[in-house]
Ligand binder design. Sequence first.
Ligand code: PGA
Length: 250
Amino acid sequence: MARRKIVAGNWKMNKTPSETVQFLKELKPLVETDEADVILCVPSISIMAAMKETEGSNINIGAQCMYFEEKGAYTGEISPVMLEDAGVKYVIIGHSERRQYFAVTDEIVNKKTLKAFEHNIVPIICVGESLTQREQGITIEYIRQQVKIAFLGVSAEQAKRAVIAYEPIWAIGTGKVATTAQAEEVCKAIRDCIAELYDCDTAEAIRILYGGSVTVSSAPELFAEPDIDGGLVGGASLVPDFGKIVHYNK
Ligand code: PGA
């Protein structure tokens, strides 16, 4: 069975709660489709307003981060229990910006991944190499290590539902999109790694996205690759053009 595409937006630290509601009103008709899962990961403070505004639409609201404990003295964090109670079905885990600025490690990514599954939230696990690592020729080894650690203790049934986003750090927010061949090479290597860790069925089921300066013009070619099941879109998810990325094949 063909894997269903995902077009996910990562708003990062953009849009206030009122801007969120206003923008979603505009975006809803533009992203209507039966052909892909549409996800928008909005800032935590806007999750509730966004859930309400998108009720009855095909937009799924996701979170951009989550802690790995359920409750307690962790000032400022948001817990999987809170996300579950709010009805959130997706959470981005291990985005390179969280790794870079907020000290998220592969071990933490693993803990969060396990917790997300415990609470029926699908993790969108981000992996990606720096420019230095690419130049050193260690991209595939590095990504395989990130994937292997993220999936420690994750069952095959869970892994089938997981989403992995390959986001080369040098392509994020830089306007420098990876070539289709570079993106496909790594996404295929990730799928092969999942096949080694689990089995072919799991590798065939898991959805792998490309992220890093995806635009209306680059999406069709990227998403047509056999191992790229859609995209995680930053900058271009903040504007109505996101609708055109959702309809990339039209
Ligand atoms: P970008 O961000 O599309 O703005 O490069 C992608 C991401 O970081 O998820």
